[in-house]
Design a binder for this molecule. Sequence first.
Ligand SMILES: [Mg+2]
Length: 155
Amino acid sequence: MTTLGLKDCRPEVLSFALLMERELRANDHKSGWKGDCPDTLAERVEEEAEELRRASIDWMGHVAHSERPLSEAVAEEAADVANMAMMVADVCNALPPAPSIDNGQAAALAGLVDAWESLPGGKFYSMKVIEAWLIDKMAPAVNQARALLGRSVSA
Ligand SMILES: [Mg+2]
């Protein structure tokens, strides 16, 4: 099996990994999955997949059940499915070793997660607030990640 690192990941995969981590952090108050049975967790994958199916149908039909943006509901449910699947693989000792993350990589990832979480979901924001968030939080975090990946950094 080819050894891959973070720099080999597609932008969509990195973005989705951050979504997964965000959802896991939102549930840090729970007991975790390490002692759970794989079949029980696999059933949860199916439950979460059904929640994702319903969220995607709502997204297609523009059917809002709350003030939460429909795309946010899809993102959260997709991350729930992936996290449950990850937990099944984890308790079955089926996950390959995580790539080593040096301090620079860890700082870049932490910066991205922190920037992402600094604008909580489930709220409506004005364009001015979003613009300020992009400039103040996301741009520095993305530029740090770009520098780490050897990509040019935007001004
Ligand atoms: Mg869910």
